[in-house]
Write a protein that binds this ligand. Sequence first.
Ligand code: NAD
Ligand code: TDX
Length: 352
Amino acid sequence: MKLLVTGGAGFIGTNYIHYVLDTHPTDEVVVLDALTYAGNIENFQRIEHNPRFRFVKGDICDAALVDKLVQQVDAVVHIAAETHVDRSIHNADDFVRTNVLGTQVLLDACRKHFNKRFHHVSTDEVFGSLGRTGIFRENTPYEPRSPYSASKAGADHLVSAAFHTHGQAVTISNCTNNYGPYCFPEKFIPLFITNLLEGKKVPLYGDGMNIRDWIYVADHCKGIDVALRKGRNGETYCFGGRNERSNTEVAQMILFEMGYGQEMIQTVRDRPGHDRRYAIDPEKAETELGWAAETPFLHGLRKTIEWYKTNTSWWKRIKNGEYREYYEKQYGVNGITGPAPERPFDIRGEKT
Ligand code: NAD
Ligand code: TDX
């Protein structure tokens, strides 16, 4: 297959394209990524010269560019999004634009070009917040509570509408919190690990008793891939790690693994509207797709800590802003919210 992967320069996208190129020896991958603050082409160092890989810097809201790229592939794996809840609380504009509008632009192009297969990567946050009991499943009603999750819910509904209205070949996956290599150090686990590597304290929101269901990113990537190849059109698949932990528990595990004590925890003001608990029942994906999360949490956490210890320059260049210099030199544009360049170039400088 030839895949168009949106958001391939971010955390899950990077892990996914490495997975595809390693696992499917004849597949080709075209990455479309706007290189916002969260995208980093330094992630492509291992595959930069792989002839089955091509990178296009551009915006998923750019209908002409999307149209052109969709024509060149067999399927689209839509991973691009604005993803950080705290940023969406501060300003939701980019969330609505990229997550809602961008998804529709991709769907329109897929419909136009012989109903190209479309897999949409989404989150468990669209289902809202659980109390002590309960679990999210594919048929759980949507009740998003942050601007981020509301924009992802809007995108999911558009994908679903494309199936019901136009008969488009779509699937959706809703996954729990991911952790692992290449996660931008604004998210909980990489922020805590990198702060400790710098000898800084870690900021725990509120009472620290919010619960997340953590899944190792490689397990999620396998799920995305199997949903793309084996999923039934119009279906949603929920992926989770069967691994619920309070933030305090995760913080304590990280501190212990890195040789620090409780004194490094700094309790800070809570996130407004902070969802209390997320948990997914992944049974449908397990039985229908033969998928299961395989990485035990302690093992995955140790691998993740090791990755951040080994790849110090990767996250240090992010934390001090230097990671942007490389592509600003290449493209001469600041990708944060700026318009997509008129003529996108691929990573080797060729016109697309
Ligand atoms: P990320 O923030 O690390 O990466 C997002 C990528 O999308 C970046 O490379 C960015 O440059 C790109 N992007 C943003 N706006 C774009 C635009 N307009 N056009 C083209 N590219 C654009 O995100 P992530 O954590 O890898 O999440 C990827 C997807 O997985 C998202 O859809 C998210 O909702 C979903 N998801 C994430 C998690 C998680 O725990 N991280 C869990 C479940 C689902
Ligand atoms: O500094 C922090 N301190 C803290 O206590 C940060 C950044 C987070 N937290 C808490 C908030 C959450 O309860 O840790 C938990 C995890 O926070 P995030 O890493 O921001 O993730 P979350 O808000 O749960 O959303 C994530 O999972 C689902 C991703 O960011 C989303 O993109 C994904 O859809």
